[in-house]
Design a protein around this ligand. Structure first.
Ligand code: 15L
Length: 270
């Protein structure tokens, strides 16, 4: 990997990754629809709108690997999700194909499976159960990645990110937290592992309360350095301040499940 591009580089995850990936690859291009704050003199930034195919094709010129964080990162109206996460994601993969890009690391999300109850331990082979339009778009991105890998030979890693932060901020996050450096380790596997075609992994640290079996990540060499339980007291203290919500607290996707929820009582959901 000589030239690596980060889309969504001005967002929350992108801003963290920028500093952690500095110097890892000979050329790191940052891109976003919005200008990136606090750009260093040594950072290269190209502004581009992922929903515009011409801009995305130009952006990927000469790029070997992409860390695709761009798009809407929370629930929104369908029109917003469609432009950013459906059209934008398709443009990204298609531009990667046209430019001979070798690898795409796709930032998927736990919200692709958010409607599994918390008492279920799941693997990446369990079917998707999106909890939001946003989650549906992440399931779409995973499917698109699989298609481009199998049809065109792109190497693709979809990382179903739990929650990235300096520490887990509540009880739910004790199960799904990923530290920035553990996420970087997964991303580097996606860009550098010699045998990758298509794989989904969980973007989670070494969490004793995990709901997810991350065997595929371990098989690719992932060895998380951080453990959510080391921050348990702080997370549980924050949890005590939360207002309980029967729907959010039952499902893995938390608050995203409760938005507009009009289904059966969670206890009646298998
Ligand atoms: C996500 O996918 C979101 O981008 C982030 O804002 C958090 O809500 C996270 O999931 C989470 O589930 O905690």
């Amino acid at each position: 990997m000589k030239t690596v591009l980060i889309t969504g580089a001005a967002g929350g995850i992108g801003t963290r990754l920028r500093s952690l990936l500095k110097g890892v690859y000979p050329r790191l291009i940052l891109s976003d629809r919005e200008p990136a704050a606090n750009l260093g003199a040594d950072e290269e930034f190209i502004q581009a709108d992922l929903s515009d195919m011409a801009q995305v094709t130009a952006l990927l010129d000469g790029v070997d690997g992409v860390i695709h964080l761009g798009g809407r990162s929370i629930e929104d109206e369908w029109e917003v999700i469609h432009a950013a996460n459906i059209v934008g994601c398709h443009n990204l993969f298609e531009a990667a194909r046209l430019n001979g890009t070798k690898r795409v690391v796709f930032a998927s999300s736990n919200h692709a499976i958010g409607f599994y109850p918390r008492h279920r331990r799941i693997t990446v082979d369990d079917k998707v159960r999106p909890d939001s339009r946003y989650g549906v778009s992440k399931a779409f991105g995973e499917a698109l990645g699989s298609f481009y890998a199998e049809k065109f030979g792109l190497g693709v890693l979809s990382i179903r990110i739990g929650n990235i932060d300096d520490y887990p901020v509540d009880e739910r996050r004790l199960s799904i937290w990923v530290s920035p450096r553990d996420l970087v380790q997964l991303i580097r596997i996606g860009l550098e592992h010699p045998d990758l075609r298509y794989q989904i992994v969980w973007g989670a640290s070494d969490n004793a309360r995990a709901w997810w079996d991350n065997e595929p990540a371990y098989r690719l060499g992932y060895r998380p350095e951080d453990r959510a339980e080391d921050h348990r007291d702080r997370a549980l203290a924050a949890e005590a301040e939360r207002t309980p919500n029967a729907v959010a607290d039952y499902f893995q996707g938390g608050d995203f499940c409760a938005i507009d929820f009009d289904g059966p009582h969670p206890d009646q959901v298998a």
